[in-house]
Design a binder for this molecule. Structure first.
Ligand SMILES: [Zn+2]
Length: 425
């Protein structure tokens, strides 16, 4: 990075009067690193990915950490105890540095920069933790450029399947060719999970809520109890297309009419059973104003923290529907495209977060995460926890995404207090 831009960043830091506004000014600085002028879009293995990693790495160094860049595009800051040895336990924090297309300024980066700010404060206060802390800016959580997601955190957690990497971007460039041109001689191999796993204390991710619960409750922070499981289906209902004016209702095999019945049944089911259901895409054929739909295809996205109940109830609702329409000479095909189980956040880490919040006087609540996050990657190897930060009107994945500095300051203080308390155990 050029010395000039480093000087400017230092100036920005010195101008700030608290940790919250420090983090916000850094998020704003990072939002200028984009591959599309006039908006924030930063995807995998691009120049903007590289520039972002360098700047975050620089801030990690400024905070007192040793910095490395690995072969999958992560940037890793490490703070060891003063008298470090090979048996030191490791606590990992982090979130992602990539963005969606035309993104907001805080999704992902906020968690990385909050963690760095907490470390910086510990170092300034000469607090020597009895364990190693790693802060990781993960690559490719969003999966915008290649059809794979959470690549950086999966690689660190040792759950990245090599088959996932046999993929191409929309221009037909292979993952491996783009990886080769991105990494350089100073990149380190990915830390093997076996080494991490035996020493890991846990994983903590700070993230904007991306929903309106904290904003509506007027609370700055929330402790996440679980990252909800999700299932996605594509349903295709087939009937017979025909003239909208001449076919009497009794003789119709109207795919749209039947689709509307199933969609209503599914929404009623979700409202009565506390799971979130969304039909976000619908296609009709022949897609004509004055023609009865011969075929309708729509998607279902369902999320809850009761995986068995969600799948069982959607499955029986669809089975009943298929049997009803088959009696009328129509058919429906269902493809179960995606399935992920609920990850429960660790009770011990959550209790510690609650105690730290009470100690430093932060009002909060507990809430579920309906979105997937990097923390998911670590669920099977170490206790995980997440802190949600209120965002303006719950807006996220849009340029209007916004946070306030006093909430961020609370998050920094909470992370710092929690790290100290974990060291006292
Ligand atoms: Zn995110």
């Amino acid at each position: 990075m050029k010395e000039q831009s480093r000087a400017k960043i230092i100036l920005n830091r010195n101008n700030c009067f608290n940790s919250g506004s420090n983090v916000i000014s850094q998020c704003q600085e990072l939002s200028k690193i984009t591959e599309v002028q006039g908006e924030l879009t930063r995807t995998y293995f691009t120049q903007s990915h590289n520039d972002c990693n360098e700047l975050v790495g620089f801030w990690m160094k400024m905070a007192g950490m040793k910095v490395s860049y690995d072969e999958i595009g992560n940037v890793i800051g490490t703070l060891k105890p003063v008298k470090a040895n090979d048996d030191n336990k490791i606590f990992v924090m982090g979130s992602h540095l990539d963005t969606v297309t035309n993104a907001g300024k805080y999704d992902g980066v906020l968690g990385v920069l909050t963690a760095i700010e907490a470390i910086s404060s510990l170092v300034k206060d000469n607090i020597d933790l009895p364990y190693t802390v790693k802060v990781i800016g993960f690559s490719n959580e969003e999966g915008v450029r290649f059809p794979i997601a959470r690549t950086g955190s999966k690689a660190i957690a040792g759950i990245l399947d090599n088959d996932e990497l046999q993929t191409k971007d929309r221009q037909g460039r292979s993952f491996s060719s783009q990886q080769q041109s991105f990494i350089n001689n100073s990149c380190v191999p990915i830390v093997p999970v076996e080494i991490l796993e035996k020493n890991l204390i846990g994983f903590l991710e700070v993230h904007i809520e991306q929903g309106p619960v904290l904003y509506r409750k007027d609370l700055p922070l929330g402790i996440v109890t679980s990252i909800q499981g999700a299932d996605r289906y594509t349903v295709t209902i087939s009937g017979i297309a025909g003239h909208a004016g001449t076919v009497p209702l009794a003789f119709r095999k109207d795919a749209m009419h039947k689709a509307s019945i199933l969609i209503n049944r599914l929404y009623d089911l979700s409202h009565n059973n506390d799971f979130m259901l969304t039909v976000g895409r619908i296609k009709t054929h022949p897609d004509s104003t004055n023609t009865i739909a011969g075929e309708v295809t729509f998607t279902i996205d369902a999320r809850s923290d009761n995986d068995f109940q969600r799948r069982e109830r959607i499955g029986s609702c669809i089975d009943q529907f298929i049997s009803d329409i088959e009696d009328k000479g129509m058919t429906a095909k269902v493809v179960h495209n995606y399935s992920s189980d609920t990850s429960i956040c660790d009770h011990v880490l959550n209790d510690q977060l609650s105690k730290s919040m009470k100690k430093i006087g932060i009002p909060h609540c507990h809430l579920k995460s309906g979105a997937g996050h990097d923390a998911l990657s670590f669920h099977n190897i170490t206790p995980i926890a997440m802190i949600f930060v209120r965002c303006f009107e719950g807006l996220s994945h849009v340029p209007e995404e916004d946070v306030n500095s006093s909430d961020i300051e609370k998050a920094v203080n909470l992370v710092k207090e929690t790290l100290i308390s974990l060291g006292e155990k």
